[in-house]
Design a protein around this ligand. Sequence first.
Ligand code: BG6
Length: 494
Amino acid sequence: NLASGAVFFIFGATGDLARRKLFPAIYSLYREGKLGERFAVVGVARRPRTNDQFREDVTNSIGEFCRYKVEADTDWNDFVRHFEYKSLDINNVDGFRELDEQTKVLEHEFNIEGNRLFFLALAPELFGSVSQNLSKGGMLDSKGWHRLVIEKPFGYDLESAKKLNEQINEVFREEEIYRIDHYLGKEMVQNIEVIRFANAFFEPLWNKNHIANVQITLSETVGVEERGGYYDHAGALRDMGQNHILQLLTMIAMEPPSRMVAEDIRDEKVKVLRSLRAYATPEEVEANVVRGQYTTGALKGKDLPGYREEQSVNPESNTETYFAAKVSVDNFRWAGVPFYIRTGKRLPVKTTEVVVEFKRMPTNVYLGQKHNLEPNLLVIRVNPMEGIYVKINAKRPGSESEIQPLAMDFCQSCMVGINSPEAYERLIFDAARGDSTYFTRWDEVSSAWSFVDKIAEAWAANPTNIEHYPAGSWGPEKASELLANDGFHWWPVN
Ligand code: BG6
């Protein structure tokens, strides 16, 4: 657990992220003994709230969203006494000075040596002023470490991301900044490097000589829910592409790091992002990227409205709720291997899956027998199913030489007693331990924006050029053409 303790400040403590993810994560860490007793949590938000009211909010959130149920024999008060609340106008430095005084009392009470972690579950426009006022209000003068944990979106494009970064850098050094991409906290995403680098039968094949293509799918059944205001401005490319999908792609494509430590891993990841072939012209974007928006449709017998009818969405919106792209990683390992990526809202299933399709075996030894050999696949299932699955070819039992595809399936989430930690549990714990491996470094963020900006610019110049797909379908037909042109198809998700 945390040797010298820490105070966790949750800015935006009355918001959705705190309620759904952060409080439950803190409780899980506590239950697993990872926090010890030398910690305190200060919820910060504008709204007035007493400590008791806040502790009640925390209790309710844990009851509803935590994977651990509150045990009847634990003394709940031992846990919630670590939580306090501070109502704060983040533009008022005096409030930060009061917060500092309140913190010192807590640090004394829980024997914490001045370590402070600031989690900003806030709109990015506020990151700059909060950072400034943390500094002006004396919150960074305590003798331990100070770390800033921030949520996406990190900017709207490269230029705005740079500005945001400059503002934060006035107060925090890069090593003190933990940019969250919650996909990096997922069990199976972290497992990708182990599968790749700890298995003799994958790594030697992991290149253009043996891999035909890679397919990354992040599909969702939900629409935009009550986030229409944010989403209509962002769209799928910025909401899922710039961060989660490109991060997954780097984990699949990166070279083995010289050591399994944060900076070495992130060095390798950023090299992949720099190797992405930028689409040079709007025509190249058009040829390689498909964008779509859902219209009315149905899922599991339930009628669903179109995107333009959703709450807080412009009724004439041309924002994409789906995109698919063919991406090339221009380096020695991957030259000529297409990476197909896709994500969308209101698709038929919720899944995150990576399919690595291997090159076909020569079929001439079986000539004359008309075998339709399927290629080998390695499928990494990230979410909600967790596991890996390998598709191989084998003889059909009892037949003379008939070949059939066979799945070797390891379903981690099916195993009794396995209850994978939530992404936020790992990430909060890592930030508190000072391990930045699964956070995105500035050069990764900026390289990802450089790639995405080219697509966004081409789209902005031609906003009505968007495909429509019925809610509940697999998205625009054109996304299949991306692969068909290369002689491939999307493998059905499981
Ligand atoms: C978020 C996006 O980053 O990821 C959401 O803003 C999306 O639009 C969510 O729904 C998906 O995350 P998960 O963990 O449910 O796959």
